[in-house]
Design a protein around this ligand. Structure first.
Ligand SMILES: *Cc1c(COP(=O)(O)O)cnc(C)c1O
Length: 431
């Protein structure tokens, strides 16, 4: 597909998943996007080099800052999310680091939902403290709890759309109203939903983040992260975001927002964050993730269909005390799921095993088809007992708030035959 002269917005989601950002290679005609496995790129001449380094012209300099395989991936995810631009990083956590680096000064704060991936709870609460970036925790199920924490030093609000580990659906629109009123951007981690199920920008998100490691890549073979710029936030309205609004000393005094407009956030994360902090994605990972995204809609349909059947089965199982899956009609998130993700509430959910911690450990030790590991969003069905693994470092209070109590088992339902998935859980629960 030659995307030139055709507006991306004219194509449907399935078409964009296969084509957005990609064109046949201009020198070889290669139809699949090549892996540009190179560190650096030859300049035409000294003037060309100078204009690339000075940001007067976009182009390839060095793969820490950008790479042609990565660029296709960025354009594709930006198109799927409906953003203006995007930046890929080495991991989801790398993307989070670059995102906050563009927003925060030492002593600043941001507000995050307590319903988060355990690794993000650690990154925000521990590692970010060393930069002087302070997190305040709100309850993702209660938008007012965010409003109460806003003050002059608050620079952003961070939530997950469908939240780890319990598959809780968050009221993005209500929380985006709090952010708008406070004059700060809303950042939405859309990892578990993917843009196939939820497009946070349509509900008021200013920045969308991904761990592409999970459903976007979808095959459990590559780590990667993405920052998508919605292009909606006015960075120059105040002096709260100096990296975006004030003259930049390392680019002869240009102002990022004034110069790059609705792509300023993604560009700042690249030319100041990625350039100086360095978590670049490898071209090979970018290629694998790009290949995975081609089948995103097909995989998500199957993931959701299987997850719904497994959740229904478990909700009637005598060894299971509760199931937290937003597509079950009596789930507290059912209403929000109908609004935000009518195609399905994803494939990651939790349930409680009768018998607590011991029973949870026994189940993960007994399954055969399921893999016991710390990941989600693989084609394969995955299982973990968060209290003994991913959430082990958290305090008991943090564990409970994060939905990782002693009896909790988290599954990520794969795209195998659903009868095989169910019979493996049944034999494991019988053990
Ligand atoms: C895995 C994950 C991350 C971190 O991503 P990595 O690619 O592992 O660094 C962040 N947020 C969510 C929701 C995740 O599931």
């Amino acid at each position: 597909m030659n995307m030139q002269g055709t507006k991306l917005a004219d194509y449907g989601f399935n078409t964009l998943s296969v084509h957005a950002g990609a064109a046949p290679d201009p020198t070889t005609g290669a139809r699949a996007t090549p892996i540009y496995q190179t560190t650096s790129y030859v300049f035409d001449d000294v003037d060309h080099a100078a204009s690339l380094f000075g940001l007067q012209q976009f182009g390839n300099i060095y793969t820490r800052i950008g790479n042609p395989t990565q660029a296709v991936l960025e354009e594709r995810v930006a198109a799927l999310e409906g953003g203006t631009a995007a930046l890929a990083a080495a991991s989801g956590h790398g993307a989070q680091l670059l995102c906050f680096h563009s927003l925060m000064q030492p002593g600043d704060e941001f507000i995050a939902s307590r319903q988060l991936y355990g690794g993000s709870v650690n990154q925000f609460g521990q590692a970010f403290k060393n930069f002087g970036w302070n997190v305040k925790w709100a309850d993702g199920r209660d938008p007012e709890s965010f409003r109460r924490l806003v003050h002059a030093k608050t620079k952003a609000i961070f939530i997950e759309s469908i939240a780890n580990p319990g598959g809780v659906v968050i009221d993005i629109e209500a929380i985006s109203a709090v952010a708008r009123e406070a004059g700060i951007p809303l950042i939405v981690d859309n990892t578990l939903a993917t843009p196939y199920l939820v497009r946070p920008i349509e509900w008021g998100a200013d920045i969308v983040l991904h761990s592409m490691t999970k459903f976007l890549g979808g095959h459990g073979n590559s780590i990667g992260g993405m920052i998508v710029d919605a292009g909606t936030f006015d960075w120059s309205r105040t002096k709260k975001y100096p990296m975006l609004s004030e003259p930049c000393p390392s680019y002869h005094g240009i102002k990022m927002h004034e110069t790059f407009g609705d792509m300023a956030f993604a560009i700042t994360c690249r030319v100041l964050g990625l350039r100086d902090l360095g978590p670049a994605i490898s071209p090979f990972n970018a290629y694998l993730l790009l290949t995975g995204i081609e089948t995103l809609p097909l995989r998500m349909q199957k993931h959701c269909e299987n997850a719904r059947a497994v959740a229904q089965h478990l909700s009637r199982h005598p060894k299971v005390s509760w199931v937290s899956y937003a597509n079950l009609p009596n789930d507290p998130c059912y209403g929000l799921a109908q609004t935000y993700c009518p195609k399905g509430a994803g494939a990651v959910f939790t349930f409680g095993v009768r018998g607590g911690y011991e029973a949870g450990v026994k189940l993960v030790n007994s399954v055969k088809l399921f893999s016991h590991l710390a990941n989600v969003g693989d084609t394969r069905s995955l299982i973990i007992h968060p209290a003994s693994t991913t959430h082990r470092q958290l305090t008991d209070d943090q564990k409970t708030h994060a939905g990782a109590g002693p009896d909790v088992v988290r599954v990520s339902i794969g795209i195998e035959d659903v009868a095989d998935i169910i019979s493996d859980l049944d034999q494991g629960l019988a053990a």
